[in-house]
Design a protein around this ligand. Structure first.
Ligand code: PCA
Length: 221
């Protein structure tokens, strides 16, 4: 299927690390087909596997030219929706991926730069989410596991493929679902309906705000 102009690609991940559900995919698929600001959302699930996740992203990018690409991933322990500021060119896995791979200090792209910034208006997104009563903060690290790998791979493709030059992209880590937190008493979580609402606000903001707002998203550590 080749989609005409005006579509948004949203990726989510399969479960990993003994989980049976991944909120990033549940949220993405809940909005598959949703039309936002004239653009149709297409949700694609990525394997939690170094290399294969980027290949699946490539297949998704080959289906028409998205104007916006948003990657979603789970960051258990986080309490808010956290648009990521920066992707680093480093795979360093604390746990094996779903294929048993555990790279240490390997580049995502051997010839790529050290890092890429998100091209989403991350500050405006945080502002818009908070204005709707949805907890959000800028994150200054996407880690060094498969989420950062996909985020870096995405930004490298947007930066180097002329056909994708006009597209914006970035990555957002999201909290656990309540059913995951119930297995780990005390862990923070956010309901699926709330997270779906957050994705709607995020996409609307990313499609309408060109220049980001100048407010701090910094942290001391
Ligand atoms: N979170 C992991 C990989 C897949 C996911 O949902 C991460 O933060 O790297």
């Amino acid at each position: 299927m080749t989609l005409a102009n005006g579509h948004v690609l949203v990726t989510g991940f399969e479960p990993f690390d003994r989980d049976t559900v991944n909120p990033s995919w549940e949220v993405a698929r809940a909005l598959d087909g949703w039309v936002c600001e004239g653009a149709t959302v297409r949700a694609v699930q990525l394997p939690c596997v170094f290399g294969r996740a980027a290949e699946r992203l490539d297949e998704a990018l080959a289906h028409g030219m998205p104007q916006l690409v948003v990657g979603l991933g789970l960051a258990s322990g986080r309490t808010e929706w956290t648009p990521e500021r920066v992707a680093v060119n480093c795979d360093d896995a604390r746990i094996p991926d779903n294929a048993g791979q555990q790279p240490i200090d390997q580049p995502v792209e051997p010839l790529g730069p050290a890092a890429y910034f998100s091209s989403l208006p991350i500050k405006a997104i945080v502002q818009a989410l908070r204005a709707q009563g949805l907890p959000a903060s800028v994150s200054n690290t996407a880690g060094s596991f498969v989420c950062n790998h996909v985020f870096y791979a995405l930004m490298h493709r947007l930066a180097t493929r002329p056909a994708l030059a006009a597209a914006r992209g970035g990555f957002v880590h999201v909290p656990c679902l309540p059913e995951q937190a119930a297995l780990h008493p005390g862990a923070p979580s956010m309901a699926l309906a709330t997270q779906v609402q957050a994705l709607q606000v995020l996409l609307r903001t990313a499609l309408t705000v060109r220049a980001d707002v100048r407010v701090t998203g910094g942290q001391l550590h």
